[in-house]
Design a protein around this ligand. Structure first.
Ligand code: SF4
Length: 367
């Protein structure tokens, strides 16, 4: 392939020669498998998705099975992948497909774009992979590749708008592109962004765009595109009180449907500076037999860090009533055996904590 060939042809040839092959969602036009992979791959690397994808497909082998599942089951299968909003929207979209579209898949970009959780770029990827539609993906990786390739001279006064970028990306697609070429191009742009034109150390020597890439010609390709000012990263402190009953059961409650960890199960949770004193104050309550403080752990979210202050509260009272502790929402929770609790949809750092609590309690009971 000559260095002067159009970008589209170079990317197609490069993908077939050096791009990623053999991924479990490649080589198929099955909309269910492609759609699921594209949702899982949002903000998540291929290596991570590989650990979940086949297990999820085995658990929910069709859109009908996914639509019929409870949200709890879906969140539990998603547990550990993060960004749980994706799982909730995936479940909602499955129900739209089954209940409103009669089980028929959308067949173009517009139809996919109308589904919950499917943005412009995801709709483009599905439309290109499954139907060969001439639409350009523009996720963060592809945006970086194109902005570097287009980079010329000083940075423009105003950042290019999403609409302008989309129009320029669309203009790169030849009218004669076949379905197979569209699939290879779409995969190739993803592969280039993920494996060659990486944010910090682009490997221009391995790139099919090097001959006319503006960022490469500048000598400092990693400096492109000009970074937008980032908001300052915030840290929030959360206090978690895990009530443990005499028979070993844990009190967990479901979080509200919006916000961080929406719909997942957690112990009673307190926020705000006044909360720091609360766990020790609980120690004075007659029904609290003992308090145990665990190490503080920091959990990174996209735009903030959560500092998790973890406490175990030995609850002396018997019965199924909710523990009378700060942060307890009686109508949102229940007592769970540890093994049943671990089958719930849990945030990843809490799953690790609970597994440690369970193995510690087994160790101490076997002594
Ligand atoms: S030549 Fe370098 S900077 Fe340009 S697109 Fe390729 S890897 Fe990125």
């Amino acid at each position: 392939m000559s260095a002067e060939a159009p970008l589209f042809a170079r990317v197609v040839a490069w993908q077939r020669r050096a791009g990623r092959q053999g991924l479990p969602w490649q080589g198929t036009r099955d909309p269910y498998r492609v759609w699921l992979s594209e949702i899982m791959l949002q903000q998540t690397q291929v290596a991570t998705v590989l650990r979940y994808y086949e297990r999820f497909v085995a658990r929910f082998p069709s859109v009908e099975a996914l639509a019929a599942a409870t949200l709890d089951d879906v969140l539990a299968a998603w547990s550990g992948l993060g960004y749980y909003r994706r799982a909730r929207l995936l479940h909602a979209a499955a129900q739209v497909i089954v209940q409103q579209l009669g089980g028929c898949w959308p067949t173009d970009w517009e139809g996919w774009r109308a589904l919950p959780g499917v943005g412009d770029s995801t709709a483009a990827a599905i439309a290109a992979f499954c139907y060969g539609q001439r639409v350009s993906i523009l996720d963060g990786n592809v945006r970086r590749v194109l902005l570097r390739w287009w980079a010329r001279g000083p940075a423009p006064d105003r950042p290019i708008t999403a609409r302008q970028l989309w129009a320029r990306a669309q203009a790169l697609l030849p009218a004669s592109a076949s379905a197979a070429e569209m699939a290879a191009y779409t995969q190739g742009m993803m592969d280039l962004g993920a494996t060659v034109c990486t944010p910090r150390q682009p490997r221009c020597d391995a790139c099919p765009l090097r001959s006319d890439c503006g960022a490469h010609a500048s000598g400092t390709p990693e400096a492109w595109p000009q970074p937008a000012a980032r908001p300052l990263r915030q840290t929030q402190d959360w206090w978690l009180l895990l009530p443990v009953r005499g028979d070993g059961a844990w009190w967990l409650q479901r979080r509200a449907a919006r916000g961080i960890w929406a719909g997942l199960w957690t112990p009673p949770l307190l926020q705000g500076p006044a909360s720091a004193q609360v766990p020790r104050e609980c120690g004075a309550l007659p029904a609290v037999a003992a308090l145990h403080e665990r190490a503080v752990v920091t959990h990174a979210l996209t735009h903030r860090d959560l500092r998790l202050h973890r406490w175990v509260v030995e609850w002396a009272a018997a019965g199924d009533d909710a523990p009378a502790l700060p942060g307890v929402q009686p109508d949102q929770g229940a007592w769970w055996s540890p093994s049943a609790a671990l089958a719930l949809a849990l945030p990843a750092p809490l799953r690790v904590w609970f597994q440690n609590e369970l193995s510690d309690s087994r160790t101490s009971s076997s002594r």
